[in-house]
Design a protein. Structure first.
Length: 142
């Protein structure tokens, strides 16, 4: 999305959904080719080129079930948390030592987690898939 203008980002993201929501890697490759031939792909060829350069990192994503993939590509909570931490560090400016910086981050994390009310609605389906995929490492609550 770095290659697209602000007003075009939302429609481009909609057009790219067919790539990352594809059933498997072959369907995703076909969807990427279709995007490349579309008007958005013609207007912003660097987007398709970036996907193709990183394709070897994209393919493992399709090994997971759809529920798990949705949790992977839905990063709003993570981005919000990172933004909150960056804002608090930037406001503070400088720190006398590393311990002071870690303390500020810890306090900010504690404050943010108190605002969390419930997990994303997709979490329960993803959790069930994680339990099936990683049974030996997944801790189930009684």
């Amino acid at each position: 999305m770095d290659y697209a203008g602000w007003k075009d980002r939302k429609p481009i993201a909609t057009a790219l959904k067919s790539v990352y929501r594809a059933v498997d890697a072959e369907a995703a490759a076909r969807a990427l080719s279709e995007f490349e031939e579309s008007s958005w792909g013609q207007k912003y060829p660097a987007i398709t080129a970036a996907w193709r350069r990183s394709w070897s990192e994209v393919i493992p994503f399709f090994a997971f079930p759809q529920e798990v993939r949705r949790m992977i590509y839905t990063t709003n909570a993570i981005e919000s948390l990172n933004s909150t931490i960056r804002r608090s560090v930037r406001t503070r400016g400088h720190f006398p030592n590393e311990e002071a910086a870690l303390k500020l981050i810890w306090l900010q994390l504690r404050e943010v987690t108190q605002k969390w009310k419930r997990p994303p609605r997709e979490w329960h389906a993803a959790k069930a898939q994680f339990a099936l995929l990683f049974a030996e490492r997944f801790e189930m609550n009684q």
